[in-house]
Structures are given as C-alpha cells and as structure tokens.
Design a protein around this ligand. Structure first.
Ligand SMILES: COc1nc2nc(N)nc(N)c2nc1C
Length: 308
C-alpha cells in the first residue's frame, strides 16, 4: 500500500504540473479525478502515508486558529514607480550612470495580486509567507498548498526561496462575486482583494475553493547559483517546475522598453488576469549588485504603472 500511495502521489504531481503549470494536460480530467479519489481513500485507510506534500492537500480541510509570524531571510522590497515615458528615460539614465553604458532590461507584467514568498527544502515546499511589512509576514503555507500551480515537490531536490504574485483570474473573480450576490453576501471590489481575502482565511478549504493561481518572478538568493542574469534565473525556475509568466521580454534599450509598455496598454483587457503595470529590471545580476537597493526598493528595477 505504501508503494501504491507513493506511485499515485508522484503520478498526480506530474499530471498536476502538466495541467496547472504547463497548461498541457496529458490525461483527461476524469482520469486525474479518479486517481485523486483513489489516493484520498488510500490515505484515509493508511494515514501514516499522508505527507504534507501529497496532492491530496490541494482540497484543503485544515482549519488553523491563527497565522504565525514569519521573518523573511532577506527583506521583500517594494518597487519604485514610473508614470510616464520620461520617468522611464530618467530611470534608464540613472541605471547607465551606475552600471555602465551597456545595459539589457527584462520587462515583465506586474500582476495585480498578493506578493508571497515560497521556501523549499530539498525540493519540498516547506514555507509560504505574505510580504507583510517587507521584513515580517504571515505564514500562510496551508492556504498556499491549495494553489494547484504551486509545486509541492520540485523537479530537482534543491533548497531555495522564490517570490511571486498570487492572484485570482478574472473569470474566477466574476464567478465568486455572482455566488456572493446570490447569497446576499458583500462582493469583493476587485480580484486583488479577493485573492488577499481568500489567503487570509483560517479555513483552508475556502482558499482551496477560490481557483487561485500564481506567477513566480524571482529567486531571493540567485547569487548562490552560477546564474548570471535574471532571465536565466527565470528559465531555471521553469525547469524546477515553477509557473512563471511567459509574456516577459528582453529589451536592449529603454526605447524598446517604452514600445513594449505601450503595446500592453491596449492588450491589457485581453489577459485572463489583472495587471497594474509593467516591471522593468536590469537583466545582469552583476549590474544589479553594482546598483544595489535603497532601504525600500531596488535601484535596478522600476514599476511602470498604468493610469488607474
Ligand atoms: C525584484 O523585486 C520585484 N520584482 C517584481 N517582479 C514582478 N514581475 N512583479 C512584481 N510585483 C515585483 N515586485 C518586486 C518587489
């Protein structure tokens, strides 16, 4: 029975990765559901085989009595803002003054959700926390385990911390508010509040029911690996099994960045999720080091905010 349990867990992790991270399922949903039901029954019969990283935790169930405080190993910074093209040109000028004339940028969509940190130990999801005040956040591991695009086991047994944005897709938000209206409950104002509200519930079956999703956008300790650029770090995260946003784009000049940003102003409504801007980052990790951070935010990144 132990072998069967382990086989089912591994199989369901693989099927879940294909469906929720790659969006390329290799088996029909009915097959996934059948195997999950079989594993749930097995783990009920043999509770000693139920591990915290088993796919059965996705359905939630545990009710916590509070959220523990968590101190981040390195502060979760915020981003300086740019509101127009000249702000972007000023950012580029400051970067080139500090890091030398040739700079490559990576542009990423700024997801309008909740910043979270995920810590893995020997390839297993061990701790998930909110940003909080940047230094101390809340342990919401149990709720984050129910987000199906968060891998419970990585494809390599590494220990690292990644950061990203948990969010509620627009369609899930609309369905949730329809449900709330039917129940005469107060609807959520926007998907960001709905995602934050869902992850702040002590009853994990609520978070499990909210169809939350996540995009990871960086490692908290990329320097420890032999990786030279942010884009390589994101490719490495893809290989580990994380869900990153594939709309990212490398730009060689700030004019290219401005074209990319302007392109998204009108494409924004076509996305399945809300974005509130575009994040522009210096790609070279060495140049990021040279530029460093202020107490609040990196000098090597800026958030271009769309007009509200
Ligand atoms: C390097 O620090 C950051 N990078 C980010 N990247 C993306 N795509 N979105 C964010 N919200 C974000 N926020 C921060 C503080």
């Amino acid at each position: 029975a132990e072998t069967k349990t382990k086989e089912l867990q591994t199989l369901l992790h693989q099927y879940g990765y294909e469906y929720y991270v790659l969006d390329k399922p290799s088996v029909p949903d009915a097959e996934y559901d059948r195997l999950l039901r079989e594993l749930i029954e097995l783990e009920e019969q043999y509770p000693q085989f139920r591990t915290p990283d088993s796919p059965t935790v996705r359905v939630g169930g545990a009710v916590l009595d509070m959220f523990e405080k968590v101190r981040h190993k390195s502060p979760m910074l915020s981003l300086g803002n740019a509101f127009n093209e000249d702000d972007l040109r000023d950012f580029d000028r400051r970067v080139r003054q500090g890091a030398g004339e040739s700079v490559e940028y990576v542009c990423e969509l700024k997801i309008d959700g909740l910043a979270v940190s995920l810590t893995y130990e020997d390839g297993r999801f061990a701790l998930g926390a909110t940003r909080g005040d940047g230094t101390t956040g809340e342990d919401i591991t149990a709720n984050l385990r129910t987000i199906k695009s968060i891998p419970l086991r990585l494809r390599e047994n590494v220990s690292l911390e990644v950061r990203g944005e948990a969010f509620m897709p627009k369609r899930s938000f609309e369905n949730l508010n329809k449900l709330k209206e039917e129940r005469d409950e107060e609807p959520f104002a926007n998907p960001r509040n709905a995602a934050a509200g869902s992850l702040r519930q002590l009853d994990t079956s609520i978070a499990a029911s909210r169809n939350l999703d996540i995009f990871l956008y960086g490692m908290a300790d990329a320097a420890d690996l032999d990786i030279d650029s942010h884009s390589e770090a994101l490719d490495y995260m893809d290989r580990l099994g994380f869900k990153t946003n594939n709309e990212r784009r490398k730009c060689s000049t700030i004019e290219e960045v401005i074209d990319y940003v302007n392109g998204w102003v009108e494409r924004r409504p076509n996305l399945d999720y809300d974005i509130d801007g575009i994040v522009i980052k210096v790609d070279s990790l060495e140049q990021q080091e040279q530029l460093g951070t202020t107490a609040r935010s990196p000098r090597w990144a800026v958030a271009y905010k769309f007009p509200a």
